[in-house]
Structure formats: structure tokens, C-alpha cells
Ligand binder design. Structure first.
Ligand code: GLU
Length: 466
């Protein structure tokens, strides 16, 4: 059975790159009817926090990534201790009493000689009893067999070979007794039955260390799939310098989870059907495979994401779902409305915005009591022709139902009877209804706005500018 996992450290908000890793790992498991595990890697007590863990879970749930099993490394220390003891007993690990100063000294000397640093192996012959007798703090190191080259077949990058001499004996337990990532990740992946390790390519240098531990503990080595990094528009690694990079930022900006999921998925993975870009999660589960991941880095393009979000808003989501997503944004802006009115607005104006926060601004004329006039709108309304048009509209609407069609008819009549240009007619009304000269169309507003609201706005303009 395919078992994959996502193993974030709760040391910050979920980054777009990690979110994509989670999505790929999740899709791979689902595609193969396998199991997907979420494991919180919080052995580094100083850097991990509960708030970040909660935020991670929230972002993953928001993206629609469900996990079958959940683990927290901080609750598994007894298990790790057991496996450290196994390594000590079998001679694969040994205590090291070298002080940070001594190690720093070694590092400096290597630097001076221009060679890569490797631990000297000074404590290689020390036994646990001897270390304890010394009463000094000690770390535990893994004994790396010299001269070996570890080769593994990466499912994305192909064969990778790394010489163990590049790193030498490495620490698996810190002097405060906490085990380190390279060790616990092996114990966990092995005990949890992980068959495929899908993660960022920054972990490639860790992989040979982990393979050595798998072997030493007699565990089966899983398959590895290392994902290329995501680049910013300037082709350097995507980071805060490029703007918002956490899922939280995008969620709060009013991007939809479906669009984020879809977009991130296409960042480095090419669907078999060329030219098509909009895919539901179920379709992605059906189509996704690791072999279709591009081995070179993908470039994050926020405009493309914005476009895709707009497509989801306009064409993909049901009106009901869109209303659910948008409600908190409009409420936060202080608009009050009932559900039926909102549905009516969205039905007519869902093509006016690409994100939900943009909607707050664009849809304002539907929700506020009074609009604020921009400089240009004032310019239009200060004109006598505009006043004439507004009075005419009031007159013609008397006893009539308000809708876009009716307003178009009145525009034609005004042209004939008052001799005003269509452009002046529409500008005057738009200025009155929205306070701007661009944005939502007058006909759309007329279809949706309650007549009393419409009239109130016209009357107010007449009072203010006549
Ligand atoms: N906690 C590690 C990270 O966030 C996980 C790496 C792995 O998937 O093995 O980078």
C-alpha cells in the first residue's frame, strides 16, 4: 500500500512551497488509494509553537487536505529513546563529549585548510558508561562507515549519489537529550509504514544520512521524491522578498481554497491533458502522478493565481458556495444584507472581482447607504446636464418597476426628448449610484438595487449639486 506523509515543523505559517509539498504528497496517496499521514515535527522545542501548529492545521483543512493519521513527534520521545538504545547497543552510535568550543576549533581548522568540515571522530571509542562516568554533557553520534557512496533513485530527480565522507559522524541526539530530525524522521517513517517520502529538494543532502540509519536499524528504505523549489519572478527562491508567501496571507486576501489547490498543483506538475488548467480536486486525484512532476523549478506567478481565482469565482463555484465564502468578507466591511439579496448581487456581479477582498470594494455600491463621490464623479454631477438627466430619470421611474431594461429605455427617451448624449446619461447615473465613473454597470445596479435605495441616491445628488 502507498503511504505518504506531510511532516511540517510548526515554526512559522504554512509557506506556499510547503503547501504544494502537502498537496502533492496528499494527491499521490489518494491517487493510489493509499494512506496520507500528517506528522507535526516539533522536537525543536524552542522554535516550535502551539499557535503555529494550530495555524498549520487550519491552513491544511482550509485547502481541503484531509489526513488519515495524525502524529506529534513531541509525544513520541519514548519510542525514539528505544531506537537510540538499539543503535548504541549495536555500535552504530556512540556518545560524544566534545564541547562546542572543541568542535568549533575543529571547524575552524578545516576552514583554514580549505577542506569541508567533518567531525574528527575523537569520541568514536567512547562507551556510554565512560561518557556517563565523566559526568560531562554528551551528544550521541551516528557512526558513519568511511568511504561509502550512497546512491538512491529519486522518483523526480533520477539517480543521486552522495559520498558519506561529505558529512562524517553526525549528531542524532542533542546534549539536552532531544533527538534530531535526521534520526526521528527515519524512526517515524519506518514505524508509520511510509512507502514514499515526498518533500522539498532542500532535504536531498539529508537523505544519505537517513538511508544509513534505515540500514543500521534494519528498516526497509522508502522511495524518495524530492520536489524542486518554487522560484519568484526574478528566478531566485520564492521568499518574503517576493511578497506574500504564506497560505494565511492568501486566505485573508480572499483567495479561494479550490483555486489555491488547483494553482499550486500546476506549479511544477503538468497534467496529461495539454492546454487545460482548471481541475477539481477529484480530477486531480485521478490524474496526478509523481512521474509527471517537472524536475526543474517552477516560477510562482501571482497574476496567474489571481486569474485562476477569478475563474473559480465567475465560473466554477456554485452561487451558494461563493456566497458562503464572501459573507465574512462583506460582514467584516460592515455591510448588512440578507442572504437572498447577496445571492441576487452575486448572480449579476460575480464577474466584477478576482478576489474576495476586491469584492468588498467593487460591490460596495450594492451595500452602502450613501456613496462617496470621487473627484471625477463630482465633476460630472456639478454639470447642469447631469441634474437634468437625474430629474428626468426620477420622473420616468415614477410608478414603474426599476430594472436594467427600464433604465436603458429611459436612456433612449432622454436622448430623444432632452437631446442628451448616451455617454452623459450613463456617466451621470453611474456617478450617482457608485460615486465613481468605473466599476459596476448602471444596468446591473438597476437590476439589483431596491428601488427606494436607487431613488434615495438620485435625490441626494440632486440636493447636493443642484
Ligand atoms: N520537518 C521537515 C521540514 O519541515 C520535514 C522534512 C521531511 O519531510 O522529511 O522540512
Amino acid at each position: 500500500m502507498v503511504v505518504s506523509r506531510f511532516a511540517p515543523s510548526p515554526t512559522g505559517y504554512l509557506h506556499l512551497g510547503n503547501a504544494r509539498t502537502a498537496i502533492f504528497s496528499y494527491l499521490f496517496a489518494r491517487h493510489h488509494n493509499g494512506k496520507f499521514i500528517l506528522r507535526i515535527e516539533d522536537t525543536d522545542k524552542e522554535r516550535s509553537s502551539k499557535e503555529f501548529e494550530e495555524m498549520l492545521l487550519r491552513d491544511l483543512e482550509w485547502l481541503g487536505i484531509e489526513w488519515d493519521e495524525f502524529y506529534r513527534q513531541s509525544e513520541r520521545f519514548d519510542i525514539y529513546r528505544e531506537y537510540v538504545n538499539k543503535l548504541l547497543d549495536s555500535g552504530w552510535a556512540y556518545p560524544c563529549v566534545c564541547t562546542p568550543e572543541e568542535l568549533e576549533e575543529e571547524r575552524k581548522r578545516a576552514e583554514e585548510r580549505g577542506i569541508p568540515y567533518r567531525y574528527s571522530g575523537k569520541c568514536r571509542h567512547l562507551t556510554l558508561e565512560e561518557a556517563k562516568r565523566k559526568g560531562l554533557p554528551y551528544t550521541i553520534r551516528f557512526r558513519v562507515p568511511e568511504g561509502e557512496v550512497i546512491t538512491f533513485e529519486d522518483l523526480i530527480k533520477g539517480p543521486i549519489s552522495i559520498s558519506v565522507d561529505d558529512f562524517g559522524d553526525f549528531v542524532i541526539v542533542r546534549s539536552d537529550g532531544t533527538p534530531v530530525y535526521n534520526f526521528v524522521v527515519v524512526v517515524d517513517d519506518a514505524l508509520m509504514g511510509v512507502s514514499h517520502v515526498v518533500r522539498g529538494e532542500d532535504h536531498i543532502p539529508n537523505t544519505p544520512k537517513q538511508i544509513l540509519i534505515y540500514r543500521a536499524l534494519g528498516f526497509k528504505v522508502p522511495s524518495f521524491a524530492h520536489l524542486p523549489v518554487i522560484l519568484g519572478p526574478d528566478r531566485s527562491k520564492l521568499s518574503k522578498r517576493h511578497g506574500a508567501v504564506s497560505v494565511k496571507n492568501y486566505r485573508e486576501e480572499g483567495f479561494l481554497p479550490e483555486a489555491m489547490f488547483n494553482y499550486l498543483c500546476l506549479l511544477g506538475w503538468s497534467p496529461p491533458e495539454e492546454g487545460r488548467e482548471i481541475y477539481s480536486k477529484d480530477e486531480l486525484i485521478k490524474l496526478f502522478d509523481l512521474k509527471d512532476i517537472n524536475s526543474s523549478p517552477a516560477v510562482f506567478d501571482v497574476q496567474k493565481l489571481r486569474w485562476m481565482n477569478g475563474v473559480y469565482i465567475r465560473e466554477v463555484l456554485s452561487l451558494e458556495k461563493l456566497a458562503n465564502y464572501i459573507t465574512p468578507f462583506l460582514e467584516k466591511a460592515g455591510y448588512s444584507f440578507d442572504r437572498d439579496y447577496l445571492l441576487k448581487v452575486l448572480q449579476k456581479a460575480r464577474d466584477a472581482f478576482d478576489t474576495l477582498s476586491e469584492a468588498v470594494d467593487r460591490l460596495k455600491p450594492f451595500f452602502v447607504d450613501e456613496v462617496e463621490y470621487s473627484e471625477q464623479a463630482r465633476g460630472i454631477l456639478e454639470n447642469q446636464t447631469a441634474m437634468q438627466i437625474l430629474e428626468y430619470v426620477l420622473l420616468k421611474l415614477d410608478n414603474e418597476e426599476l430594472n436594467g431594461q427600464k433604465i436603458k429605455e429611459i436612456a433612449k427617451m432622454a436622448q430623444k426628448e432632452l437631446g442628451v448624449k448616451p455617454k452623459d446619461f450613463w456617466h451621470a447615473l453611474r456617478a450617482v449610484l457608485t460615486g465613481e465613473l468605473e466599476g459596476i454597470g448602471v444596468d446591473v445596479l438597476s437590476d439589483v438595487l431596491p428601488k427606494e435605495r436607487f431613488i434615495k441616491r438620485v435625490e441626494r445628488a440632486l440636493r447636493s449639486f443642484q
